[in-house]
Design a protein around this ligand. Structure first.
Ligand SMILES: Cc1cc2nc3c(=O)[nH]c(=O)nc-3n(C[C@H](O)[C@H](O)[C@H](O)COP(=O)(O)O)c2cc1C
Ligand SMILES: [Fe+2]
Ligand SMILES: [Fe+2]
Length: 383
């Protein structure tokens, strides 16, 4: 696949992988992207996951023909992008490795080989001239890992964006890009919104005509839309108005209350409500929805003087990703000494700019008439 006259796609679609990073379900596989620029100097940009190295190397060789690559650019060292480095080096022992100081500090941990004579170190703003094309490097520390950098090809306006602007799934079209890009963003990069903001601010976005990420489709149109979403997400601003109800219920009584509350809010006719069963949902999907909407209601059973583990796990995920700037309400259920709210509050306490709506509502096993009134009142307060 050609990106333009001189830049080609060498990546691989992994259709069978079930869990990305051994934790995120992949209903539709994963792309490991890699690119080749043919100019006076020939460059390969990133390698792929070990599951895909053979196929990738074939792609690279088909594109290169008799040419030998002068450089391999390492935008990101994580194994889903670096597993082919040694194989490529063995094929082309003279090829230089382009990375920054952090790249070369970490690289020896990944391979039992001394590649240091091949290091070509770049820094913020370094330009690598390839002939007609020039790659300019921008450091993007913690836009997933500390060594991450992106590069901008000045002649054709192509941004090689590393893990930024990536998504789960192998679809090449961008029709429903935001759905899996959002789950990817908040779970993979979410903790580092400030670093994403810093990167967005220093990139020449006005000059970018194509975004080539390391996962997901190449983006060629509506770049303002994609950049706008990244701006919203990395500022931790809600993307949509709506109420996300996250429920963890052992025996179904709390779930019944959640459905009741959802109906009450919907009856007021103002807000979209999304109700998720944390015992069954992909927790990454729940994290995505928590960030997507501006309000969240947590409803959980008590458990061993603490919190039912599916809710506890969800909240730890949210806290790890710096959930903030949202309105939150708490509903707990317990039969003898309800303890869910106390644990929820303890996990949420360090998070910034959370506004609590109403008092904690406590259900004792089954929803009472008084509980119904409280939930009705909560519905009114939430909208
Ligand atoms: C393993 C286990 C531990 C529980 N621990 C507590 C507890 O510490 N305090 C309490 O009030 N209820 C406790 N319960 C009772 C549940 O919290 C109660 O049945 C539940 O909140 C009812 O709502 P549900 O049907 O949505 O699960 C426990 C129940 C189980 C199964
Ligand atoms: Fe990564
Ligand atoms: Fe990645």
């Amino acid at each position: 696949m050609k990106i333009n006259a001189d830049i080609q796609y060498a990546g691989v679609a992994d259709k069978d992988l079930d869990l990305f990073e051994n934790q995120y379900p992949l209903p539709n596989g994963m792309l490991y992207n890699s690119y080749v620029i043919i100019d006076e100097k020939t460059v390969i940009l990133d390698t792929v996951d070990k599951r895909a190295v053979d196929e990738w190397l074939k792609n690279v060789k088909t594109i290169l023909g008799d040419k030998k690559p002068d450089y391999l650019v390492i935008h990101h060292l994580e194994p889903d992008h670096s597993a082919g480095i040694l194989r490529l080096h063995e094929e082309y022992p003279e090829m230089k490795l382009v990375g920054n100081m952090q790249t070369f500090r970490l690289l020896p941990q990944f391979f039992d080989a001394d590649l240091s004579p091949l290091y070509e170190q770049v820094d913020e703003g370094t330009e690598l001239s390839l002939g007609e094309h020039t790659l300019k490097f921008f450091k993007a520390p913690m836009v997933h890992w500390p060594e991450v950098m992106v590069s901008f090809e000045e002649k054709t306006g192509v941004l090689f964006a590393a893990d930024a602007f990536g998504k789960f799934g192998i679809e090449e079209d961008t029709d429903d890009w935001a759905c899996e890009a959002r789950r990817y963003y908040f779970n993979i990069v979410g903790k580092y919104g400030m670093q994403v903001q810093a990167l967005l601010k220093k990139l020449p976005l006005d000059e970018v005509k194509t975004i080539c990420p390391l996962h997901g489709p190449v983006l060629t149109e509506d770049l303002g839309y994609f950049a706008g979403l990244y701006d919203t997400w990395s500022k931790y601003e809600p993307e949509d108005k709506g109420i996300f109800i996250a429920c963890a219920s052992i025996h179904g009584n709390t779930w019944k209350a959640a459905e009741y509350l959802k109906n009450e809010i919907e009856a007021l006719g103002k807000d979209k409500v999304v109700l998720t069963d944390l015992c069954r949902a992909d927790v990454a999907e729940a994290v995505e929805d928590a960030f997507r909407y501006d309000r969240m209601i947590l409803m959980s059973s008590s458990y061993d003087a603490g919190l039912f583990p599916p809710m506890e796990s969800f909240l730890h995920h949210l806290a790890a990703k710096q959930y903030c700037k949202r309105k939150v309400a708490l509903v707990q259920n317990g039969t003898w000494a309800p303890s869910a709210a106390k644990t929820m509050q303890a996990i949420l306490a360090p998070l910034k700019d959370l506004t609590y709506v109403g008092d904690v509502i406590t259900i004792k096993t089954t929803m009472s008439d008084a509980n119904k009134e409280e939930l009705k009142e909560l519905a009114e307060k939430m909208i």
